[in-house]
Design a protein around this ligand. Structure first.
Ligand SMILES: Cc1cc2nc3c(=O)[nH]c(=O)nc-3n(C[C@H](O)[C@H](O)[C@H](O)COP(=O)(O)O)c2cc1C
Length: 216
């Protein structure tokens, strides 16, 4: 018997294997300590892809798009990631420097949602982010434009870029850019089999952060 996708989705499991404790009634005054705890707990528990987030941007006229990117750092300034400045993400951010991102630790049934303004980091940060990437990714970025249609000579262009990188491993593509999402809002969400879904939202105000629990 062949099940429909609706039946398969309904039967699929969303129950995580490890549900960490969360003292949602005693939150810190700012989101950073909680973010640090959650990221450390996810990495410590071996959560798959703990550094990936879904990043949503929009054009100036409000057309949205979303994609997965890797976080390179999370500090009290916000969330750092890197991408090509001339691609769709970079173009959206140049004309509409706001973003929303979602971090999801599936195995722990935890989600963090962030919304804020975006600033482009300096050339040193972009260079460090570029050099931290794998050789294949660096070569592909050097050889062509991210998200442009793939040309027929892509393979030979990438081979030439690989040779350039071998000759100069410090080579950086000037189009590669680091961006900081500086949050105005951070929402923590967790589901546990015993207490159900719990949510806590922080909002930045002129004199600091305000937090409140939300109806699940
Ligand atoms: C797990 C994962 C991690 C990724 N990390 C990045 C990243 O850090 N930077 C990046 O530019 N693209 C990354 N990508 C590719 C993007 O999702 C996307 O294809 C690319 O940024 C082009 O998006 P755009 O056309 O909307 O600009 C990643 C994809 C996956 C699945």
């Amino acid at each position: 018997m062949r099940f429909s996708l609706a039946e398969l989705l309904a039967a699929s499991s969303t129950r995580p294997t490890g549900e960490p404790a969360w003292a949602v009634d005693a939150p810190p005054a700012e989101p950073w300590p909680l973010l640090t705890d959650w990221i450390r707990a996810a990495v410590g528990a071996g959560v798959l892809a703990a550094r990936t987030v879904t990043l949503a941007t929009a054009t100036a006229d409000g057309t949205p798009s979303a994609r997965t990117v890797l976080l390179s750092d999370v500090t009290e300034d916000g969330f750092w990631f890197a991408t090509s400045a001339s691609g769709p993400t970079g173009r959206d951010l140049a004309e509409n420097p706001v973003a929303s991102l979602v971090w999801y630790a599936r195995e722990q049934s935890r989600q963090v949602r962030v919304t804020g303004s975006v600033v482009r980091g300096d050339a040193d940060r972009a260079a460090a982010a570029f050099r931290a990437r794998g050789a294949t990714s660096r070569a592909a970025t050097l050889a062509g434009r991210q998200s442009a249609p793939l040309p027929g000579d892509a393979a030979s262009r990438i081979r030439r870029a690989e040779a350039r990188l071998q000759a100069d491993p410090e080579l950086v593509d000037p189009d590669w850019a680091a961006y900081l999402v500086a949050p105005a809002e951070v929402e923590f969400w967790q589901s546990r089999h015993d207490v159900g879904e719990q949510r806590l939202r922080y909002r930045r105000e002129h004199d600091g952060w305000r937090f409140e629990r939300l109806w699940p």
